[in-house]
Design a protein. Sequence first.
Length: 274
Amino acid sequence: MDGGTDARRINIYALEDFAGMRAAGRLAAEALDMIVPHVQPGITTAALDRLCHQFVLDHGATPAPLNYRGYPKSICTSINHVVCHGIPGERRLEEGDILNIDVTVILNGWHGDTSRMFVAGTPSTRARKLLDVTHEALMRGVRAVRPGATLGDIGHVIQAFVESQRFSVVRDFCGHGIGRRFHEPPNVLHFGRPGEGPVLRPGMFFTIEPMVNAGRPEVKVLDDGWTAVTRDRSLSAQFEHMVGVTEDGCEVFTYSPAGLHKPPYTSAPTRQPA
């Protein structure tokens, strides 16, 4: 259970800091709730970016990705075989496209980071299973968060489930610590062995955001320096929650207030996932 150098650099936040993260996480989730009816065949990803950008500004926050390390837009839109960090542009969604929309806001100095999968029209059977498996993998990771557990425990439960469903976990990208900074220690791997890595302590804030490929796990980054795609051009999916470790488990800051946790999305609220 040796956390190593990374463990010594992890911020432990105070109980009163949970309120700031709760508000930022809720706003990020509300942005994804807002965009649900707009994700239809024919819309451009640039239009989705503009809608989210304005929503965030209208709620007294700023979009964290915009100009972060040179990133040119306010959200990430990753379609089909794009694993993550897809840049919004003039590409129009087509019937059956799946895409991840990743939103991070800065509200009163706190970061709220979350992403969900969306479908333009009706997904293929293969895509539907990929979305279901990826969301379940995320939730299994969330349920593994408690004081005394390790980051390796989280990665292990995600990897074991994904591979049992004959999909693969991306190794090249990971979750991360978060709070008053967008990215900070620790790195949260979505694969691993039980008992390894830093031990979880109350007051740790981080994201869990497994990227799952329908084919092999290898990815490559395109010439724009951001867009990561599957090397075998297989479909990829990702869901992301931001959590805080509590005295007896964890608080998820980014549940959908409208109950829109995974596709197919409807206007009727559903209960929070167990």
